[in-house]
Design a binder for this molecule. Structure first.
Ligand code: NAD
Ligand code: DAU
Length: 376
């Protein structure tokens, strides 16, 4: 029996990780610990909420006392830490919340876990603190091949005609160089996690993943926001010229990597997770428009007029591209889904789950969204 806390389990990636663990490991106790901020949504977990090996606990990761008590009450052996403020645009408007949750919250979990595990006769034996981070901590890569070149690597996830837009990639050895308040806070939390290994011998692992897409993503992020706006014939706010590059991975492939690394990853290691699947935003937006229009039965190109170029994001990172060779070679992880299939599945999911979307985008969120785009 293993007692595992998954933080941020009511969010986008966390809900996929919770679902995978609850279904795959009936012998584990899975505790989903989440504060339920605007981004947390228990509707993401309707299908598993009644399983006997699942429990939800509403808690703020910054509440050290409460988490220390939970560690003792539930005899926690493993922590998979996803809870965070995750949206770059919000971090530009409100950096304090990002420092509080992402830095102080992570530190609070680390310290509570350390105190509890050190109090046990077996101490750190069989224990694990796994911190989920992002490729954004590495900074931005150069776009020195704006037309794209033949990439050095390919995986199942790579799109058809897959290109690389620069010579360099993010490796596990790449120096941290975060630019946004979000990535600065994530970088700081990564450093704290590693410091707890190096100083106290805590069994930690850190992974850095590229952009995820798929069902249950909060519609402030590019893909769900644009699918929903196309459906409702609302403007599609493209930042700058739409030339920034992101490297996209289907969320269930990230969840499978987390499962593998939690069980088989080496303590104190870092693993990059990504599918070698670079896309310029504008090209991806064209694919979304085409796919949504086809599925809704609109004439081809009917939604192209929704594209609206708006003021660029401050400090907008040019290009992210992750090298996940280490994870593939050392642990045998492979993405399962090609990007074209993943996008088709994702568009269909959002169009089929309009109620899930409407519950989020009505009311208070509607006001926030209007405020966010005022003046852009
Ligand atoms: P999300 O915003 O969808 O979910 C975050 C979850 O954390 C929510 O359920 C929220 O309620 C919870 N939370 C926030 N503050 C909390 C607090 N103080 N206490 C307890 N719970 C709190 O985020 P996501 O996109 O699922 O990202 C999950 C993790 O993965 C984050 O750590 C993020 O940095 C990382 N990550 C995300 C991506 C991506 O593309 N989305 C890529 C790489 C890494
Ligand atoms: O790289 C991993 C990161 O990916 C994660 O760590 C973050 O938590 C996650 O939010 C994501 O960050 P991005 O900033 O890359 O994702 P976002 O969906 O916000 O934006 C993707 C790209 O699209 C980015 O270049 C900005 C652009 N964009 C975004 C929005 C919301 C637009 O052009 N218009 C928009 O309205």
């Amino acid at each position: 029996m293993k007692n595992i806390v998954i933080t941020g389990g009511a969010g986008f990636i966390g809900s996929h990780v919770v679902r995978l663990f609850v279904n795959k490991y009936p012998q584990y106790n899975i505790i989903n610990l989440d504060k339920l901020t605007y981004a947390g949504n228990l509707a993401n977990l309707k299908d598993i909420e009644d399983k006997p090996n699942y429990k939800f606990v509403k808690m703020d990761i910054c509440d050290f006392e409460a988490f220390y008590q939970l560690m003792q009450d539930e005899k926690i052996d493993g922590i998979i830490h996803l809870a965070a403020e995750s949206h770059v645009d919000r971090s530009i408007k409100d950096p304090f919340t990002f420092a509080r949750t992402n830095v102080m919250g992570t530190l609070s979990l680390l310290q509570a876990a350390k105190l509890y595990w050190e109090s046990l006769p077996e101490k750190y034996e069989g224990k694990r603190f796994y911190h989920i981070s992002t490729d954004e901590v590495y900074g931005a890569l150069k776009m020195n091949h704006p037309e794209g070149i033949e990439p050095p690597f390919k995986t199942v996830a790579s799109s058809e005609g897959h290109k690389a837009y620069g010579d360099d990639f993010f490796y596990e050895t790449t120096k941290y160089n975060p630019h946004s308040p979000y990535s600065a806070a994530k970088a700081s939390s990564d450093h704290f996690v590693r410091a707890y290994h190096d100083t106290y011998g805590m069994p930690t692992i850190v992974t850095n993943c590229s952009n995820n897409y798929g069902p249950y993503q909060f519609p402030e992020k590019l893909i769900p926001l644009f699918i929903n706006n196309i459906r409702h014939r609302k403007p599609l706010p493209v930042y700058g010229k739409g030339e920034n590059v992101r490297d996209w991975l289907y969320v269930e492939d990230h969840a499978r990597a987390i499962d593998l690394i939690f069980h088989e990853g080496k303590i104190a290691e870092t693993y990059n997770i990504g599918g070698f699947n670079e896309w310029k935003n504008i090209d991806l937006i064209m694919v979304m428009i085409k796919t949504v229009d086809r599925i809704l039965g609109n004439p081809e190109g009917a939604s192209l007029d929704l594209i609206t170029y708006v003021t660029d994001r401050l400090g907008h990172d040019a290009r992210y591209a992750i090298d996940s060779t280490k994870l593939q070679k050392e642990l045998g992880w492979e993405p399962s889904l090609q990007f074209e299939e993943g996008i088709e599945k994702t568009v269909r999911w959002y169009l089929d789950n309009q109620e899930w979307m409407d519950n989020i985008t009505s009311g208070e969120y509607e006001k926030y969204y209007e405020e966010m785009y005022k003046g852009r």
